[in-house]
Write a protein that binds this ligand. Structure first.
Ligand code: NAD
Length: 356
């Protein structure tokens, strides 16, 4: 039997690349990675699958309607997992335009391309087709000291990033209710793990600590996030794609709430433990409190009981085990990070190679 073709948008990003590495290893899909390769797209995160016969890369912008329609016609996918997005809150505050364009317009373009293609499928293929939209818990806004985000929690996004993700969630829901497009949706808490772009908290702290730079912490460091190891997210995504109920959304999280300062302390402690004596320094001394992000949400926490109850998903990593794996990965893969920091990962994909 021939393999099912699966589109993954944003597959050169942090979560998309983890998802593709896992699907290539553990599933029978033929994967087409559709990615524009913005600053966040890094093909060096996919070197382990690049030569696999069941992996294919298409450099394309999801906002380009003609190209998206052509890709659907060319590959005839059974499903699409849509992860492509502008994803960094601080960047959305400095320049929201790209977020509106990719997260809202791009999702609309993909929905329309998927719908037009889906209408051409025979009855069985149309019933099997899935549009899986990958989103964030940030759409729910912020929590006080108690409570958890449930699938029924009203949306109250506070940043340009979360507002555009909330809007894209609504578009996906509407394409299901209005046109019958078979969709599933997921909203996940903060991810961490290998290959994350070093602008996000955990890789930023690890990488700064490795070179003795200050470890910036917003405000008093008391904002709370709920952390999930990226491979656990990838497993949950595959489960929802294959077994999620049509038109439903699933919250994904690890029941792992920590203040930002606690996360930074934990990273420092693991570094102090793992690094050779020659690289020892009291890493906690590098912590520097910086002016808080405007409109910084105080607390996110996911109630993941629906996906546990209905689909049997549970994270495999604890925060301690996942964080240790992550710190070890950054210690052992400094070259990946150096190539991100000096921009050479972008030269390679432009075909400039050694000229960089
Ligand atoms: P990322 O920023 O690491 O990767 C995004 C990818 O999308 C990059 O490869 C980029 O090149 C690509 N992309 C951006 N604009 C594009 C466009 N117009 N056309 C095609 N490709 C484009 O993001 P991530 O952290 O891997 O997040 C992936 C998805 O998961 C996003 O939708 C995000 O909202 C969601 N999410 C992320 C987290 C998290 O903690 N990182 C948590 C929950 C949900």
């Amino acid at each position: 039997m021939s393999r099912k073709t699966l589109f993954v948008t944003g597959g050169a990003g942090f979560i998309g690349s983890a998802l593709i590495r896992r699907l290539i290893e553990l599933s029978d899909y033929h994967i087409v990675n559709i990615d524009k390769l913005t600053y966040a797209g890094n093909l060096e995160s996919l070197l382990s699958v690049a030569d696999n016969a069941h992996y294919h890369f298409e450099q394309a912008d999801i906002c380009d309607a003609e190209t998206m329609a052509a890709l659907f016609t060319q590959y005839q996918p059974t499903a699409i997992m849509h992860l492509a997005a502008e994803s960094h809150v601080d960047r959305s505050i400095d320049g929201p335009a790209d977020f509106v364009q990719t997260n809202l317009v791009g999702t609309y373009v993909l929905l329309e391309a998927a719908r037009q293609y889906w209408k051409t499928l025979d009855k069985d293929a149309a019933a099997q087709f899935r549009f899986h939209h990958i989103s964030t818990d940030e759409v729910y806004g912020t929590l006080g000291e108690t409570g958890l985000f449930e699938e029924t929690t009203p949306y109250q996004p506070n940043s340009p990033y979360s507002a555009t993700k909330a809007g894209s969630d609504h578009l996906v829901r509407a394409w299901h209710h209005t046109y019958g497009l078979p969709v599933v949706m997921t909203n996940c808490s903060n991810n961490y793990g290998p290959y994350q772009f070093p602008e996000k908290l955990i890789p930023l702290i690890i990488n700064n600590a490795l070179v003795g730079k200050p470890l910036p912490v917003y405000g008093k460091g008391d904002n709370i996030r709920d952390w999930l190891y990226v491979d656990d997210h990838a497993d949950a995504l595959q489960l929802v794609l294959e077994q999620g109920k049509l038109g439903e959304s699933y919250n994904i999280g690890g029941f792992n709430e920590h203040t930002n300062l606690d996360v930074v302390h934990r990273v420092c402690d693991i570094l102090d433990e793992l690094l050779p004596e020659s690289e020892h320094c009291p890493h906690r001394d590098l912590i520097t409190f910086v002016t808080d992000r405007p409109g910084h949400d105080q607390r996110y926490a996911i109630d993941a009981s629906k996906i546990e109850r209905e689909l049997g998903w549970k994270p495999k990593e604890t925060f301690a085990s996942g964080l240790r794996k992550t710190v070890e990965w950054y210690i052992n893969n400094r070259e990946w990070n150096e190539r991100v920091m000096d921009g050479s990962y972008q030269q390679e994909r432009l075909g400039l190679g050694e000229q960089a």
